[in-house]
Design a protein around this ligand. Structure first.
Ligand SMILES: C[S@@+](CC[C@H](N)C(=O)[O-])C[C@H]1O[C@@H](n2cnc3c(N)ncnc32)[C@H](O)[C@@H]1O
Length: 198
């Protein structure tokens, strides 16, 4: 690989996520990506869906992780990375007609997940699509042994990190005006959840 910040999981999952996003974002114009990490998804998805403008964002203190790859990959529809902590009130940028985030809800504290949806309730206009990729529990149960082990590992990394309950997140989304449109089963016991605010 190259010397840019790199995530192997992004490399592994980007093709299967793109397969779904191509349809989910077919009629969208701009995607706000929350918690873009290394920018690998942003670069790949912007290049692969040229009808979209793609706005990568990260925590202010993690912008140094995101900027290098975004500068290197360029592309006219990849917007300059911006800082966004979902706990901010108000958010420092507008919410366009689509949002995407991958592998972030189980990293940030649950209080931040609540703030994310509170931010969406405040800032999302009508006809907004939200796509969230990652592992989820259902009815309080892990969907696999490997997710159970992953959750233990997460807790060791940070006590606030944990695989979230689908039902709790869906309730936050509903409270923010979003209704569930699809729950896509993905490889490696992940999901790609899609909500729409009408
Ligand atoms: C496991 S990484 C995922 C990065 C990338 N989306 C991916 O799939 O590889 C989780 C990301 O969540 C970001 N994050 C954590 N708390 C956040 C918050 N309050 N607001 C925005 N991003 C946050 C972290 O900075 C980190 O980059």
């Amino acid at each position: 690989m190259d010397s840019l910040p790199f995530s192997q999981s992004c490399e592994n999952n980007r093709a299967v996520i793109l397969e779904v996003l191509r349809h989910v974002f077919a009629d969208r114009s701009e995607v706000l990506e929350i918690a873009s990490g290394t920018g690998q998804h942003a670069c790949h998805f912007a290049a692969s869906m040229p009808w979209l403008r793609w706005q990568p964002t990260e925590l202010p203190e993690s912008m140094a992780l995101l900027r290098p790859r975004c500068s290197a990959c360029g592309g006219t529809n990849l917007l300059s990375p911006k800082a966004l902590d979902v706990r901010a009130d108000p958010w420092p940028l507008a919410v366009p007609d689509a949002l995407f985030t991958a592998n972030s809800l189980h990293i940030m504290a649950y209080a931040a997940v609540e703030k994310l949806f509170a931010g969406l309730a405040r800032h999302a206009a009508t006809d907004v699509v939200l796509a969230v990729y990652g592992p989820f529990n259902y009815r309080g149960e892990y969907t696999s042994e490997s997710n159970a082990r992953f959750d233990q590992w997460l807790a060791q990394q940070h006590p606030d990190s944990a695989i979230r309950d689908f039902e709790a997140v869906d309730a936050l989304a509903a409270h923010a005006g979003f209704s569930l449109k699809a729950d896509n089963e993905m490889p490696a016991n992940n999901r790609l959840l899609v909500w729409h605010k009408a």
